[in-house]
Write a protein that binds this ligand. Structure first.
Ligand SMILES: [Cu+2]
Length: 165
């Protein structure tokens, strides 16, 4: 017995289409470890897509999550809407990057934890952060080594991505 099936697209096309739909439709959840063996948020620096949810998981010790106005490492709270989580010792909280902020600076408000380095930054991918308090580079000449894998020109800024050799 012989059967034949008609495929309107090759399997590879279906895979590509599926991946495109997946990247558009799904928001990711990114995990950040709070405390534990060290006074840190790990990873400390995140770049996420709009709609992604950052999930903070307490790993040990008493810690809070307070927003600041930056720059990175600031231990001064914002004037309003400062708390992502009150101080606690376990559990988790989530924070959704809904696009209302292109960058979130935060720190632990317990004791001297922030001064010890317990702070973090969440940046929105693809957003223009040139107007923020983030550190800016003013260099006008650059040396490039390695294989260039992409060039993005945005708002007068040229970003060149390379695989370092
Ligand atoms: Cu802490």
């Amino acid at each position: 017995m012989k059967s034949s099936t008609y495929y309107p697209f090759s399997n590879l096309s279906f895979l590509a289409l599926f991946l495109v739909i997946l990247s558009i439709a799904s928001a990711a959840t990114i995990n950040v470890t709070v405390g534990g063996d060290s006074l840190t948020f790990n990873p400390q620096n995140l770049t996420v897509n709009k709609g992604d949810v950052v999930q903070f998981n307490w790993a040990g010790g008493q810690h809070s999550i307070i927003r600041s106005d930056g720059p990175a490492g600031s231990c001064t709270p914002k004037n309003s809407n400062t708390s992502i989580s009150e101080a606690k010792t376990n559990g988790m909280v989530t924070f959704k990057m809904d696009g209302s902020d292109s960058r979130i600076w935060y720190y632990c408000g317990v004791g001297n934890h922030c001064k010890m380095g317990m702070w973090g930054v969440i940046a929105l991918a693809g957003s223009d952060n040139s107007g923020t308090k983030a550190a800016k580079s003013s260099s006008t000449s650059i040396g490039i080594s390695g294989v260039i894998i992409g060039i993005i020109v945005s708002s007068g800024i040229i970003s060149i991505f390379t695989l370092s050799s």
